[in-house]
Each structure stands twice: as structure tokens, then as C-alpha cells.
Design a protein around this ligand. Structure first.
Ligand code: ADP
Ligand code: MG
Length: 245
């Protein structure tokens, strides 16, 4: 199905001490595809995302981004991180910087853009996530949903090839979840390559090309949302779905 792979994991393994947190992970994310990763707490979903962005090292196997292996460190690694943006559950904005500065900072540091150029791009992206008028405010003056949209704008500002989302709506009050999912849905329809860890099954059904179900550090199922939600094959997935749907 994935004719043009952008993210590839081959036989990836990782332990935390005696815990085998990623076990023989094989996963291909095609350019323009949305892969939703679901599974019980502790199954390794965050570690998988962090490994793709090299916030975690792996012990064996290969991770390729656009055909290139992950660099170990230094400038090359910073560049890679810019190409694969990450959005976390806990927004991670700089509290003492304005919204505009939050979106511009890494553009200047990593992409080497001048402040004017970075700010121009930041304003375009804030507009795109519906926050044009929030640029001069500080994160604490924004709602959680607005802060998460700033974090998405910040990731987009680096012109990433792909975005990783690790439970981007889990810390939000229910009424703010949709405004974030709508931005993500829009990105998906524009062809952004995305790996999304989420419990939002509506998003998975409508936006995902494939659903990856993880349990105990393994990928148990990797199928289209139609197949997965109508007829999960494994007992683990059936049990998981019966609890959340
Ligand atoms: P998920 O995101 O699916 O809830 P995680 O990838 O966060 O799962 O964690 C998988 C397992 O690895 C859990 O048992 C967790 O406690 C453990 N773990 C995660 N990070 C660390 C760490 N830095 N050191 C030790 N154990 C960790
Ligand atoms: Mg997690």
C-alpha cells in the first residue's frame, strides 16, 4: 500500500532494563499517509514516537526517514528533528515567551531564518490554526486547545516532512478536543504525513490510512480503519476496543 515510504522502521528493538519495550517493530509510513497508533497504556506507543524522532535510542534495527538512516547526534540530528516534528500531550511551550516568539524561536535557531522572516512564517501558521489574533499573548493567557494549536503551528513552521503526535488531545478539556482534531484533520487532508497516537477513534476512522494496534511492545495489528474497527483479528484488540468504544 505504501508505495513511497517516508518513515520506515525495520526490526527495531529497545529495552528499558529488563522491559522489552519495542519488540521487532516493522512499520512503513508512506508519504502523505496518516497512521494512527492505539493500544493500552504502557504498550510502547510513546517510545515508538520518541524513537522515530530519536528522543530515544534503539538497540537494534533501522529507522529511515525519507530513505536516510537517523543520524546519531549533532547538527544532523537537529536537522532531522526539524524534518519530523513532534507534538506532545503537554504542549511544551515556553511560558515566558509570546505565542509569536514560541513559533519563531526554532525557525531562527535550527533553520537559520532571520527574525522578520521567521515571524512572517509564524503569523501565516497562526492564521492557519485559527490563532492570528493571539500572537502577542503568553501561553498562560490561552486555553489548552489554543496552546496545543500553537504547538502544532510551531512544528509546522519548520517545514517538516512528517509530524508525530503523541496523545495531543489527552490533556484537554472535552470541549477543546475538536478544535485540535480539526486542525489535524485539515493537515491530513492537505497530505501531511502523520503518525498519531490517540484514543480519538473518530479521528482514526475519518483520517487514518491505517491503524496500528500495539500491545506489550509489539505491533499486533496494522490494518485499514474499516477492517480494524469492524473486525479486529486479535483477542487483545477486541478486548481493547470493547473497553473504549
Ligand atoms: P505508552 O505510550 O503506550 O503508554 P510508553 O512507550 O510510554 O507506553 O512506555 C512503555 C513502557 O516503557 C511502560 O512500561 C513504561 O513504564 C516504560 N518506560 C517508558 N519510558 C521509560 C524510561 N525512560 N525508563 C524506564 N521505563 C520506561
Ligand atoms: Mg504514551
Amino acid at each position: 500500500m505504501a508505495v513511497d515510504p517516508l518513515i520506515e522502521l525495520r526490526d527495531v528493538n529497545k529495552h528499558f532494563g529488563t522491559l522489552h519495550v519495542l519488540q521487532d517493530i516493522n512499520l512503513t509510513v508512506g508519504r502523505g499517509e496518516v497512521v494512527v497508533v492505539i493500544g493500552p497504556s504502557g504498550s510502547g506507543k510513546s517510545t515508538l514516537c520518541r524513537a522515530i524522532n530519536r528522543l530515544e535510542t534503539i538497540e537494534s534495527g533501522t529507522i529511515l526517514i525519507d530513505g536516510q538512516p537517523l543520524p546519531a547526534e549533532g547538527k544532523e540530528l537537529a536537522r532531522l528533528r526539524a524534518e519530523v516534528g513532534m507534538v506532545f500531550q503537554s504542549f511544551n511551550l515556553f511560558a515566558h515567551k509570546t505565542v509569536l516568539a514560541n513559533v519563531s524561536l526554532a525557525q531562527m535557531k535550527v533553520r537559520g531564518r532571520k527574525r522578520d522572516e521567521a515571524d512572517k512564517r509564524s503569523r501565516e501558521l497562526l492564521e492557519r490554526v485559527g490563532l492570528a489574533d493571539q500572537a502577542p499573548k503568553y501561553p498562560a493567557q490561552l486555553s489548552g486547545g489554543q496552546q496545543q494549536r500553537v504547538a502544532i503551528a510551531r512544528a509546522l513552521a519548520m517545514n517538516p516532512k512528517a509530524l508525530l503526535f503523541d496523545e495531543p488531545t489527552s490533556a484537554l478539556d472535552p470541549e477543546m478536543i475538536n478544535e485540535v482534531l480539526e486542525v489535524m484533520q485539515q493537515l491530513a487532508s492537505e497530505g501531511m504525513t502523520m503518525v498519531v497516537v490517540t484514543h480519538e477513534m473518530g479521528f482514526a476512522r475519518s483520517a487514518a490510512n491505517s491503524v496500528v494496534f500495539m500491545a506489550d511492545g509489539r505491533i499486533i495489528e496494522n490494518r485499514t480503519p474499516e477492517e480494524f474497527f469492524t473486525a479486529p483479528e486479535s483477542a487483545r484488540a477486541q478486548d481493547f476496543l470493547s473497553k473504549i468504544l
